[in-house]
Write a protein that binds this ligand. Structure first.
Ligand code: OGA
Ligand code: NI
Length: 363
């Protein structure tokens, strides 16, 4: 007898019965699903609809080895490239970052093994509160999402304290090392960004207490093949809440970023990080570096896996635009201060909707 939680699908898309807690992996593997059920059919919100796809635009590339170079000329060129990428795109690829390719592959492999655990095993990690250290689930926030997203996720708080699921074997150790290495790359990028804003290299870190207390999250996303990929989304248009998000994927594309009012498909250069600027960099830079809007699209052939690792301020810091950037009344602050913890709770407990939470702190 089939377990009671099996999705029941008949001929019509509107007749799916799918409890919120069922993973999309299980639903997609069910051979009966040859169409997108109505509760997964996504219609663009007017704010983000009908932006043409631009396949020509060239995503900026930041060469990390130049950023850490001992040559002042090379370093200042890298800082200026980084600042430009933040200002023009809010998105860039980082190459030559020094994180071993084998480590990236191993953590990707661990992620696949995690999603291959049984539904019951994954259920053990189903967090209830948005700040629970380990949270496994489907869609974004299935209890409030009006439309469900074709995505399963694992979200783990990994800094300042490291948490991790104890299954599958070895995944926690690999991820601990991966998060540490990713953190170091992020810190170096934030130093360069601080300088690109005309501030001292450590100014951002000191103001937001990133290195000691900054929140780092390990987010694994699984997007199984979708029978009608144009009708559903893996993640809706949104910006990330933190400062920077470093993302890797399993060689399958699907990420689109907004640039000059168009969607741009981004393909990773092998062994690179795909980096988004987040809302708290927009706030800190007083609007100079706008957080990037992006979304995850689907395909009908292969399972896509991505690992997004955002880094943000300390949860206890009330983030305001950098005081040095708003001095003299020339540039009045454009955002009111809010504690990062409150911001995060607001963003994670609502539907994911573009920059809706950032709009609340905009003056
Ligand atoms: C995210 C995200 C995009 C992707 O996890 O915040 O935007 O391509 N992911 O998986
Ligand atoms: Ni994102």
């Amino acid at each position: 007898m089939a377990p009671a939680t099996d999705p029941v699908v008949t001929q019509k898309p509107s007749t799916i019965v799918s409890p919120n807690s069922i993973t999309i992996k299980k639903l997609a593997e069910s051979s009966q699903v040859t169409f997108v059920p109505s509760n997964y059919t996504y219609t663009d919100t007017p704010q983000y609809e009908a932006v043409l796809i631009d396949n020509e635009a060239k995503v900026p590339i930041v060469d990390f080895s130049l950023l850490t170079s001992s040559s002042p000329e090379l370093r200042s060129k890298a800082i200026s490239d980084l600042g430009k990428a933040c200002e023009d795109w809010g998105f860039f690829l980082v190459i030559n970052h020094g994180v071993p390719e084998e480590l990236m592959k191993a953590v990707m492999d661990g992620t696949l093994r995690f999603f291959d655990l049984s539904e019951e095993e994954k259920h053990e990690y189903e967090g209830k509160h948005v700040l629970d250290p380990i949270r496994c689930g489907t869609s974004f926030n299935a209890s409030v999402d009006k439309v469900l997203f074709w995505r399963d996720f694992l979200k783990v708080l990994v800094h300042p304290e490291f948490h991790f699921p104890d299954k599958p074997t070895g995944f926690s150790e690999l991820s601990s090392e991966y998060c540490k290495r990713t953190r170091e790359v992020t810190w170096e990028l934030l130093k360069g960004i601080s300088e690109s804003l005309g501030l001292e290299a450590d100014y951002l870190d000191t103001a937001l207490n990133v290195k000691t207390e900054g929140l780092q999250i390990f987010i694994a996303n699984l997007y199984p093949p979708c029978p009608q990929p144009e009708l559903a989304l893996g993640m809706p248009p949104h910006s990330d809440h933190g400062l920077l998000t470093l993302l890797i994927q399993n060689g399958i594309g699907g990420l689109q970023v907004q640039h000059n009012g168009k969607w741009v498909n981004v393909d990773a250069v092998p062994n690179s990080y795909l980096v988004n600027t987040g809302d708290h960099l927009e706030i800190f830079s007083n609007g100079k570096y706008k957080s990037n809007i992006h979304r995850a699209t689907l395909n009908n052939k292969a399972t896509r896996v991505s690992i997004a690792v955002p880094t943000g301020p300390s949860l206890d810091v009330v983030v305001t635009p950098a005081s040095k950037l708003v001095e003299n009344g020339h540039h009045p602050p454009a955002y009111v201060g809010m504690k990062y913890k409150d911001y995060l709770e607001l963003q994670q407990s609502n539907m994911l909707d573009g920059k809706a939470i950032l709009d609340r702190v905009r003056m």
